[in-house]
Design a protein around this ligand. Structure first.
Ligand SMILES: Cc1cc2nc3c(=O)[nH]c(=O)nc-3n(C[C@H](O)[C@H](O)[C@H](O)COP(=O)(O)OP(=O)(O)OC[C@H]3O[C@@H](n4cnc5c(N)ncnc54)[C@H](O)[C@@H]3O)c2cc1C
Length: 184
């Protein structure tokens, strides 16, 4: 039987689950490729534990090239165009033909849309913001914490609420004078 090519755009949660499940089901019947502009997969659900110092950054990320060992081809490139009529994906550096396409490119963050947000706040959805928050929490002397959902839709609806509860517990244990307030 002719081998089919399945291309998965995005090596985030959706792309990785899809690639592993499809590899298990199709074995050698399909050539499976994952294309992502980043070379590392960072497991974002662990950001909440990173925030509290209960995880280390290097333990929640893995090179996407490790997919190759499982027979899934990883291409580190940025997708710039999809041409469905030609079954073609264009990246910055190459073109790829597919038989089946899965699009799992996630949501783009745009903190710059809220003036002052980047300077004043911590981005719970990016590694750098969470690491900064973890360090500043150590020196937090008290006051109000606002957790802002700037617009809808946003990825992981539970994360702001989980962060509020976890921070509240953290402050109760570590800083009795402060409390977490959730502002939606
Ligand atoms: C704090 C936090 C907690 C979370 N908790 C949970 C949880 O408990 N359960 C849960 O299910 N989810 C959770 N999530 C969400 C989860 O991490 C995923 O973001 C979400 O499931 C969406 O997955 P996705 O694969 O669609 O997108 P993403 O995981 O965002 O992946 C998209 C991928 O596409 C790539 N990409 C984007 N554009 C391009 C392009 N043009 N070219 C090439 N590559 C591109 C990106 O680099 C990225 O790797 C949480 C997220 C956060 C931040």
């Amino acid at each position: 039987m002719e081998q089919k090519t399945i291309i998965i755009l995005g090596g985030g949660t959706g792309g990785l689950v899809a690639s592993h499940e499809l590899k298990k089901k199709t074995k050698e019947l399909a050539r499976i490729m994952v294309i992502d502009k980043n070379d590392m997969h960072i497991y974002a659900p662990s950001f909440l534990w990173l925030m509290l110092g209960q995880r280390q950054a290097h333990k929640i990320q893995k090179p996407l090239s490790s997919l190759n060992r499982k027979g899934i081809e990883f291409i580190n490139d940025e997708v710039v165009k999809i041409e469905p009529e030609r079954k073609l994906v264009r990246t910055k550096n190459a073109n790829f033909h597919y038989d089946y396409l899965i699009i799992a490119l996630g949501a783009e963050l745009a903190p710059e849309k809220v003036p002052g947000l980047t300077e004043a706040g911590y981005d719970l959805y990016e590694l750098e913001g969470v690491e900064r928050l973890r360090e500043d929490l150590k020196n937090f002397a008290g006051g109000k914490v606002a957790i802002i959902i700037a617009s809808l839709p946003f990825k992981c609806l539970a994360a702001p609420y989980e962060a509020a509860f976890l921070l509240d517990e953290y402050f109760q244990k570590n800083r009795p004078c402060a409390a977490a307030h959730h502002v939606a």
